[in-house]
Design a protein around this ligand. Structure first.
Ligand SMILES: [Zn+2]
Length: 257
């Protein structure tokens, strides 16, 4: 077995916790080293603080959220709305992969309502393969010994850009970790307060919990997170999540053995 390190790379601070916090908590509980990373520090996420100020706040919130499960947090310093698939961005992502040496990667859905999420997903897909190619050299950082298992988390709000519903074919029952997930999500205080001011209710946490409930209904459990595994050529084909999380993993569509 390769090292038990999972890297969750998403676009914005709070994405790892909202879409994968429950699964990351379960993996941490079963002895996995968890690393979260976001492409941006979320510089667009405020109407009262400037980009530099809110970035500082949100980097700290993301690190606090990761720390709830003993995870480390990295920011790749792209900008909200301007996440780009180009050589320099990809090299930063590959560098992170080489530093972290993950055997499992969780990223955003390749279909989503927002391009920041889709481009992050594509960057992670390429980095999984590129980080394991020795001729793509990054001084001082050895290539991965194999392509990591790659999982795509749910699309934000479970829909693609046309409004079509997307559901995972691998469901992780997060009923025992929903409280930890809530605690992680609540670390993003700036976003929680912002939404609470706009909507008058605790929309941030309520949205996260109700989306986890929607997934839970698909497997007759209170809360779940959905995933799809990248099964393209040269990527691992076995379901490492199921191997590691055993009874927590369900296949609602029966498309897997
Ligand atoms: Zn996002």
């Amino acid at each position: 077995m390769k090292n038990k390190t999972v890297l969750c790379l998403m676009a914005h601070p709070d994405d790892p916790e909202i879409w994968s916090g429950g699964t990351l908590a379960l993996l941490a509980e079963s002895g996995w080293q968890v690393v979260t990373a976001t492409m941006t520090p979320g510089q667009a996420g405020s109407t009262t603080l400037n980009a530099k100020e809110i970035s500082t706040v949100r980097r700290k919130e993301a690190a606090d959220a990761a720390a709830v499960i003993g995870a480390a947090y990295h920011c790749l310093e792209s900008e909200d709305v301007f996440i780009t698939y180009d050589k320099s961005t990809l090299l930063r992502v590959i560098t992170l992969f080489r530093e972290v040496q993950p055997s499992m990667v969780i990223t955003a859905s390749p279909q989503d309502y927002m391009l920041d999420h889709e481009i992050t997903s594509t960057l992670a897909q390429t980095a999984c393969m590129a980080a394991s190619i020795p001729n793509i050299e990054i001084p001082g950082l050895p290539a991965l010994t194999g392509v990591p298992h790659l999982y795509y988390a749910d699309a934000a709000y479970g829909r693609d850009r046309f409004g079509n519903e997307i559901t995972g074919d691998i469901m992780v029952d997060i009923t025992t970790s929903i409280d930890t997930k809530t605690k992680m999500t609540a670390c993003h205080r700036s976003q929680r307060e912002w939404l609470r001011t706009i909507s008058g209710v605790d929309e941030f946490v309520l949205m996260m919990r109700s989306f986890s409930e929607r997934n839970g209904k698909l497997i007759d459990r209170p809360y779940a997170e959905g995933y799809r595994q990248h099964l393209g050529f040269s990527y691992p084909q076995d379901d490492l999540l199921a191997k590691e999380l055993g009874p927590y993993v369900h296949y609602p569509k029966l498309s897997r053995p």
